[in-house]
Design a protein around this ligand. Sequence first.
Ligand code: DGY
Length: 320
Amino acid sequence: MSKKVIWIPRRLSDATLERARRDYEVIVNEADTPGSAEDIVAMSAKVDGIIPCHSEHFSADVVAQLDPRLKIVANHSVGVDHCDLDALKGAGVVVTNTPDVLSDATAEIAMLLMLGAARHAVRGDRLVRQGEWDSWSPSFMVGKQMTGARLGIVGMGRVGRAFAEKARGFGMEIHYHNRSRLAPDVEQGAVFHEDVESLLEVADFLSLHCPATPDTVDLLNAERIAKLPKGAVVVNTARGALVDEDALLAGIESGHIAAAGLDCFKVEPGGNPAFAAHENIFMLPHIGSATRATRDAMGFRALDNLDAFFAGHEPGDRLV
Ligand code: DGY
């Protein structure tokens, strides 16, 4: 039987590409540039499946132009806000994602951002690196302590729970808001807040871990930022869409927000140039899942989903 043809628009890990090439006829975009709408539409006539990243956008407009040859979009991501799921479902295209396997790596980056934002990592690095570290005093670079502080988590899915587990190791008191309350054995003493507002009121540190959907756009807006205790630290490793960036900037400039740690932005790549003037905003370029082990695991999970689908089984991570 001839091999199915798949398109891999970005350069996935070596192990993923090796396995893909063993089992499929693979077209890889070696240039590793984001697949445009035109690329996606053109490739849909040549392949049976695509393994896109969040950089390839399957909007309703793109989906309307897809060739019926394309049967499955096996995302190399847990977030699927780059896919119009209703449109893909309507077009009869199966969609999968890669949950679980990136939770620890993303929680690690959230921890890095939380620590770095709270303890002035950007300014400290600059002072030492540029030879500007010329004094020390008890009031020099004083930051915010995590041990014993209250951490508010919005979204207690896999990543939120992985982050809570790590934060417990730092002696933080965990509070969370989620669509539904977790079972006591999963909650492990974390305090459930039925609404975001009551969570914000207690959050010395706030970390966002929910998907970007029409309901969560600008979830952290000016009104809600005002509800945070003065001196709170905000962390976002989920999606830039969740934060009203002008409101966050105003919160930083007024001093109401002590610091922020951000791995995602409304505009990616690029970020928000207005944030660059503030050394208490610690920024990373959307690298939450970027560890070797996790990238292999994401690639393999996407291939597992493809394999199951082409073998006539239900893919484990089918969304539509
Ligand atoms: C994800 O998997 O959603 C990460 O943000 C990387 O795309």
